[in-house]
Design a protein around this ligand. Sequence first.
Ligand SMILES: *[C@@H]1O[C@H](CO)[C@@H](O)[C@H](O)[C@H]1NC(C)=O
Ligand SMILES: *[C@@H]1O[C@H](CO)[C@@H](O)[C@H](O)[C@H]1NC(C)=O
Ligand SMILES: *[C@@H]1O[C@H](CO)[C@@H](O)[C@H](O)[C@H]1NC(C)=O
Ligand SMILES: *[C@@H]1O[C@H](CO)[C@@H](O)[C@H](O)[C@H]1NC(C)=O
Length: 345
Amino acid sequence: MYWSTIALLLLAATPSIGVVRFHCSQLVVQRLDPLVNPGSIPSSHVHQIVGGNAFNATMALDKDLPAESTCTSCQFTEDFSNYWTAVLYFRARNGTYKRVPQLGNNQFEKANGGLTIYYMQDAIYDQQQKSKVKAFQPGFRMFIGNVSARTLTDAARYRQLTYVCMDTWTMRAPETMAFPTRKCKEGIMTSLRFPTCWDGKNLDSPDHMSHMSYPESGTFESGGPCPASHPVRVGQVMFEVVWDTKKFNDLEWPEDGSSPWVWSFGDGTGYATHGDYVFGWKDDSLQRILDASCWFNTNCINESKSKVQSVEKMNECTQKPVVDEDIDSWLDELPGGFQVDHGHL
Ligand SMILES: *[C@@H]1O[C@H](CO)[C@@H](O)[C@H](O)[C@H]1NC(C)=O
Ligand SMILES: *[C@@H]1O[C@H](CO)[C@@H](O)[C@H](O)[C@H]1NC(C)=O
Ligand SMILES: *[C@@H]1O[C@H](CO)[C@@H](O)[C@H](O)[C@H]1NC(C)=O
Ligand SMILES: *[C@@H]1O[C@H](CO)[C@@H](O)[C@H](O)[C@H]1NC(C)=O
């Protein structure tokens, strides 16, 4: 629903708005996860990663991403953060799996896969964006979602980790919490919204989540207050990932009407969608953007004196996988040895 509101607001954009939306092309696709499986080469399941090329199996809190990166796959050239998600596979009737590639998002069609990032001060449809928010600090990281979730109840603990079955390229609703079960003409979009209340002290926590919280009542969108335990309201980070499911529409789908989609760690329900974020903006570059009048980048770049690069340049920043394995053929099992788990149907 919010997307149609945005379309209307875009027509009437005023210069007092602070939503920034930009794309990051694919840096690498492989089994590494410095947050959940630090130091493991390989990690448990396949991820698609974007951002600065200092991404590595181990990323200590004091790792200086801007200093150690020589390029970023993101549009803002001072953003050496890393953003990642699991990857999607299609399961054929014969039981084999094929990786679903990603597409550049709306307005970033030439991007090589990757994902789109938003930072917002208030609800995406709030034209004022009046709240002042402080940028994250070096070393900050967070995770959202539950790899073990297989039911709606498990998934409902996390607000707004959703799917859109896109019949058109710009369709953004309705959103579901499980995988779409019908054929989507243009692809599937997954969206991940991170929590917006920080404890103000910890850059990380053992589950990579408990230093963050949702508002105590209401929602980020309704301006709900942060709990006393997590008093610092931060901007909302949101990912959008477009999965190119079109070419699988012509294949045979499961006879029982279930979804053929499966996350790289075996979730066949969709409820275990999750995302990872490691902050790595150089100096005050994110704060300048959050303080500027951004409306999907119009004005923002000039006002914040941000440096940006072309999609071609974004596409040039890639990493060679350090894990040498086949993730792209028709596979008998998902890399790491997973089979599809449909939960309790
Ligand atoms: C990743 O870490 C290894 C081991 O510390 C190091 O040899 C390598 O250069 C690092 N790669 C990047 C891209 O930082
Ligand atoms: C399994 O099905 C897929 C999709 O139809 C096909 O491309 C692949 O060759 C099949 N694999 C085997 C071993 O039959
Ligand atoms: C994740 O889901 C599993 C399976 O239902 C559940 O046992 C576990 O408590 C959940 N973890 C969190 C942090 O919600
Ligand atoms: C930003 O600055 C450039 C160069 O000065 C100018 O061409 C462009 O129109 C400006 N864009 C906006 C949205 O103000």
